[in-house]
Design a binder for this molecule. Structure first.
Ligand code: SAM
Length: 272
């Protein structure tokens, strides 16, 4: 089972290996057969059998695809754009293939979240990808709130008709953090808006309409940005002073530094 990443806009962003796998496979499972057929036609790959899988039939299709691979077929899984299974169907098929003991071979390529992050100018040392925020305001605010202390750049996918509402909710919950909006990546009208949440919001509010595909990135808050600079012991004390139990303080400080609780405990003991 091959997981084939396809372009997120610019058709030149497909790897030689992806093209070879698409050319050599026996069957391509894709979201929308018309979209994938267009891609294949562009690269002069003709006559490939295509089957569609999507949110509603993925579980059923997964079993069929696993059977095909077991029977010796080379199956390629693609989505409409970017990397399958990333905010796209594919996870269930991969899960079924792994459970059946099949080899799952990723063919890497574009993924909008990482493409946007790399050029955002926001810290790339740690990032937290949260997919699409919920459409309902209350749920969206809760999601942002739950990300407050994440010691990482936050990455979201957002629909153009919701980006202004999302930025307003972001401002209301997490304050005026540095943000980047990456729009239409790799396409003709590619655009990056960088600045504080209020600045980027003002720019987008001034437009009649926001169009295109969007990745929203949010810099970490001051507390979590400063946290990793502090020695472990001081950070734990700071959290305890802020009302956390010793265990919770240790857990959070460990998480911020990418340590296990046991490793953090050992370090603390060693520094005494
Ligand atoms: N599997 C894809 C990937 O690897 O990035 C993501 C698919 S998800 C259904 C589609 C969302 O990804 C869009 O709504 C947008 O938020 C983001 N996206 C995809 N292509 C993009 C592009 N060219 N520019 C900006 N965002 C993009």
């Amino acid at each position: 089972m091959y997981l084939v990443a396809t372009p997120i806009g610019n058709l030149e962003d497909i790897t030689l290996r992806a093209l070879r796998v698409l050319r050599e496979c026996d069957l391509i499972a894709c979201e929308d057969t018309r979209r994938t057929r267009q891609l294949l036609t562009h690269f002069e790959i003709h006559g490939k059998p295509l089957v569609s899988y999507h949110e509603h039939n993925e579980a059923e299709r997964a079993a069929e695809l696993v059977e095909r691979v077991r029977g010796g077929a080379k199956v390629a899984l693609a989505s409409d754009a970017g990397t399958p299974a990333v905010s796209d169907p594919g996870y269930r098929v991969v899960q079924a293939a792994v459970a059946a003991g099949l080899e799952v071979v990723p063919i890497p390529g574009p993924v909008a979240a990482v493409t946007a992050l790399a050029a955002s100018g926001l810290p790339t040392d740690a990032f937290c990808f949260r997919g699409f925020p919920p459409a309902k305001q209350g749920q969206r605010r809760s999601l942002f709130e739950s990300c407050r202390d994440e010691p990482a750049t936050l990455v979201f996918y957002e629909a153009p008709h919701r980006i202004v509402a999302s930025l307003r909710d972001l401002l209301a919950t997490l304050g005026d953090r540095p943000v980047a909006v990456a729009r239409e990546l790799t396409k003709l009208h590619e655009e990056f808006l960088r600045g504080s949440a209020s600045e980027v919001l003002a720019t987008l509010e001034a437009r009649d309409r926001v169009k295109g595909e969007i990745v929203l990135l949010v810099g970490r808050g001051e507390a979590s940005a400063a946290a990793p600079e502090l020695p472990l012991e001081q950070r734990v004390q700071e959290l305890i002073d802020g009302g956390a139990s010793h265990m919770d303080a240790l857990k959070q400080a460990a998480r911020e530094r990418g340590l296990s609780k046991r490793e953090a405990y050992r370090l603390l003991e060693g520094s005494k």
